[in-house]
Design a binder for this molecule. Sequence first.
Ligand code: ADP
Ligand code: DP6
Ligand code: CO
Length: 361
Amino acid sequence: MSIYSASTTAPVNIATLKYWGKRDKVLNLPTNSSISVTLSQEDLRTLTTATTSPDFAKDQLWLNGKEESLASERTQHCLQDLRQLRRELEEKDSSLPTFSQWKLHIASENNFPTAAGLASSAAGFAALIKAIAKLYELPQSESELSKIARKGSGSACRSLFGGYVAWEMGKLEDGSDSKAVEIGSLNHWPEMKAAILVVSADKKDTPSTSGMQLTVKTSDLFQERINNVVPKRFEQMKKSILEKDFPTFAELTMKDSNSFHATCLDSYPPIFYLNDTSKKVIKLCHAINEFYNETVVAYTFDAGPNAVLYYLEQSEDKLFAFLYHLFQNVSGWESKFTKEQLSQFNAKFDEIKDDVSFYLD
Ligand code: ADP
Ligand code: DP6
Ligand code: CO
């Protein structure tokens, strides 16, 4: 029996300018351009193996060891596009095995909570596309593959690149210009770090796909966001990344997270992704920045209660002094502060310390 297999990993990306809203549901075309930072793969990643054989009877997908339906239109769309590209190779070179006609078995594993607002659909579909493209030996560029990943899950198109990534919404109806492009590689601004505060690993009640559809249909605030807020913010954020201007990047990131969650609340019936702990983390970050009189940290929340904090390596001590003190009770960090400073902070945020655990990127 002939059997061929390829494995790959894909990282999570967390948007700093959020994609929320589709102008075309089938092609997954967004109502606004977005920007993200791809996290390093040491912590949050998807590992996917794609296998094909003439003896497989049907396409099958296992996610975290459990068989998942492959019937969804979006996954089918991805498989069709990849098979078409493979077919073109086979037509040019008749010595190639006819993978395009064989069924696929895909096994995927996320090493972090799935469907909890930590971008599992992004890493998941990016890994699916990359694994099959590797198996099929496709020559397409990351941007070309990003258009296929986009059809699986919008945010997935940005996980084809490391570092700082823009998803350009595009103008064309066929989606051929709606793709991810690199703003800067990881090396452009390597000092940027992320800490992930896991408030809840539970599956969210409202999946991103249906949540954003409700927002587009019912929120008035959403129109203001896509017409008057995001286009300007997109240019400003890109500039702040290119200039490595952390205070501006941080402010835009926090404002955009708040703006996105405001449109969720403005949906009808309202969608709540942030919980009380998330709100305390927001207050904590503002308090830390005020405390140092310097922008040390920026928070952002995807469609879930879990926080992603962006900060620069050189500020790590400043941020962690509080995080460790509040969450893990690690001794030694206290010495960096006066007694008054510590008691001021403890009084304000004592209540949240048992509510969160965190990963570091
Ligand atoms: P998240 O905030 O985690 O991205 P979404 O609601 O956007 O949540 O998407 C979650 C869905 O993405 C899952 O229910 C599953 O269908 C899909 N998904 C997650 N991980 C993978 C994966 N590794 N391979 C294929 N599909 C995945
Ligand atoms: C809040 O990409 O998960 O994380 O395209 O329907 O699969 P679908 O949605 P998805 O939505 C992501 C929303 C977000 C913001 C972002 O990642 O830009
Ligand atoms: Co998602």
